[in-house]
Ligand binder design. Structure first.
Ligand code: TA6
Length: 296
């Protein structure tokens, strides 16, 4: 029996990269993965026979209260900087707390973990609402993350959110992103101006854009000759981010040159896309990811 008071399937082991920081290590015939209890943060996912699909910075902090750089941070109950207080953490607070493991199961297709987090005195001191979050993470030859949010209080609240996925790529200058053409986006670098995306997104500098989109997106990685396909549910925004060289150098938990080896494509509700939940109401944000060879 693990210290988390449940019997885990044989395909799941618990490890501690640092004391008191449990990480579930999944080794299944279909895929391997790691998910931290802190932030219910999926750190790694590697379908069998493929290279890692998610990027994880080797300088990530595994400290309570600090977000990990890479994998899939859960941004909730706000995306980006807080609307009015610079004292509050970017991307909300749930990624900075330990969640609870409720279920872990396996079958021939893969492994599913269910984790949850609910309000407490600390969260209510910065965001005065009662809520219950569950993350269902299904790991196999494809990956599915389903974040269910419920208003358990007696007054409505409005949130923005994101499954802020860091995808590993061979070289950002050999990456193009399809599925967002002819869609409006907010460029949040510089003057925060709106534009329309003409064709596939290419990377020649910092890109930080919120697209009004619930469409499937494809990351074409020419260096590694693979295509990563991303589908979403419960999301009307897609965020695309690469910090490029100058901003990367300012991120202490990212090696300076590693901006070349990831791109974030985030399944979100952000900018003007907000979710209001009345008491008892629930919303689900889902991202489903597959990765296929694109060898000629
Ligand atoms: O999703 C893009 C973004 O909002 C960027 O502006 C950048 O701040 C990135 O998220 C990472 O944010 P973090 O707080 O995790 O460093």
């Amino acid at each position: 029996m693990s210290e988390l008071d449940m019997t885990l399937p044989n395909t799941i082991q618990i490890a501690y990269p640092v004391p008191n920081y449990p990480v579930f290590e999944i080794s299944h015939p279909a895929a391997s993965a790691r998910i931290a209890l802190h932030g219910a943060h999926l750190l790694e996912w590697t379908p069998t026979g493929q290279s890692p699909v998610l990027y994880l910075s080797p300088k990530s902090l595994f400290q309570e209260g600090k977000p990990v750089r890479g994998g899939v941070p859960i941004c909730w109950p706000w995306f980006g900087p807080h609307d009015s207080s610079t004292a509050l953490p970017s991307h909300g607070f749930v990624r900075n707390h330990f969640w609870k493991l409720d279920e872990a199961s396996e079958n021939d297709s893969g492994v599913t973990l269910k984790l949850s987090f609910r309000d407490n005195a600390e969260t209510r001191s910065i965001w005065p609402h009662a809520f219950h979050l569950t993350l269902e993470c299904s790991i196999g030859t494809s990956l599915s993350l389903s974040l269910t949010m419920t208003n358990t209080g007696d007054k409505e609240f409005t949130i923005t959110d994101a499954l802020h996925t860091y995808f590993a790529v061979g070289d950002i200058q050999n990456v193009s992103i399809g599925g967002l053409s002819n869609l409006t986006y907010l460029d949040t670098t510089g003057q925060r101006q709106e534009h329309v995306q003409a064709v596939n997104i290419l990377f020649e500098g910092e890109v930080d854009r919120i697209y009004r989109s619930s469409s499937p997106v494809a990351i074409h990685d020419a260096s590694w000759q693979r295509i990563i396909a991303i589908k979403s549910e419960g999301s009307n925004s897609t965020v695309v981010w690469n910090p490029w060289k100058e901003k990367a150098a300012r991120l202490h938990d990212l090696p300076d040159e590693d901006y070349q080896h990831f791109v974030c494509v985030e399944t979100a509700n952000a900018w003007q896309d907000r979710i209001t939940l009345s008491p008892g109401a629930t919303h689900r944000l889902v991202t489903t990811i597959t990765c296929e060879s694109a060898q000629a």
